[in-house]
Design a protein around this ligand. Sequence first.
Ligand SMILES: *[C@@H]1O[C@H](CO)[C@@H](O)[C@H](O)[C@H]1NC(C)=O
Ligand SMILES: *[C@@H]1O[C@H](CO)[C@@H](O)[C@H](O)[C@H]1NC(C)=O
Length: 347
Amino acid sequence: MAPSLSLLLICLLALYTPVTSKKECGRPSLGDGMDLEGLQRVYSPGDAVLLSCKRGYTPTSGSRTIICTASGHWTKSRLKCSTKSCSFPETLDHGDMELVDIVYQSTINYTCHEGYILQGASTIECLYDGQWSDPPPKCTPVICGLPPIPKYGKIVYDTKFTGNITVFGFGGTYECLPPLVLIGNERGSCSANGDWTEPPECKMVTCSAPTDIHNGFMTIHDKREYGFKETVRYGCNVDYVLDGPVEIECLKTGDWSIKPACRAPCKVGITRGRILYNERTFWIKDFEPNKILHAEVISVYCMNKEKKCGYAVSTQCIDGKLKIPECFEEPSDTLDDNSLPAEIAQC
Ligand SMILES: *[C@@H]1O[C@H](CO)[C@@H](O)[C@H](O)[C@H]1NC(C)=O
Ligand SMILES: *[C@@H]1O[C@H](CO)[C@@H](O)[C@H](O)[C@H]1NC(C)=O
């Protein structure tokens, strides 16, 4: 046997022999967060070991020393190690924080709302000593310069203000020197990208001379150019009905608002029979003048041939057109008036 190998064997025996002959303790099992100095794996009866808590854990109670007994067991320790906590963070103005816990090794992520810039660490961590790794960050507003002012216009700030910088969200209302008209955004503010919103323009607005309408007239015959918000009124000739707004207005765009139209009256196109108009019946030959206005309704009488009874069917005048219902039959001259649909029993 080689001398080196025999030496190794002796060494192994020397290590092994005490374990079998005497009771020994193994490395004690450790609770959460507990620590033990050294890497020793085997202890003899009577050996004492001092337990401690790892970094980031706080000892809470009980004796910390355990002793290896003659039976090869460790005495009980009542030491408990609890995770260290950091202080609860303050909420972040104009921002949000994301956190799950505030114990050792927890992290908090911070973000700022639109228009705000994060100053400081965006992530902080709870350290072993119960302190946050960094102070909480702040969200500071985006800064803009002074707003652009349109020619012949001004801005009235929402709150009094001096200096030459503005902050995100700060704004005002634009105004134009009369009679110029503000075209665009009336409101302006410092936006998230550090620029002011697009300013409006101050423009002269004129609408071309208003035109007549068919079968109607302007109440004031003033054929000139009109300014913004000026109005013109219309009326209709006799028997014509105004359809639409009576007044038009010169708009910002330089166009007039929608003009009204004058709608024509209708003639009731039947030669015999009665009609029902405004809850009264008339023989058509007595209906003088034979005319109803736009949108008015009359009824003519039709015959139900199976039941031999009459019934009224209404129809409306639409801009000079009055459709006589298809069921209406123009009676022949030889037919007795008393047998017309309007005169017989009604269904
Ligand atoms: C913080 O952000 C990191 C990376 O996006 C993510 O892994 C982590 O879970 C976040 N922490 C919290 C507490 O949400
Ligand atoms: C603001 O005013 C200060 C002095 O009053 C000047 O130094 C600075 O350049 C100005 N900033 C802007 C954006 O006009």
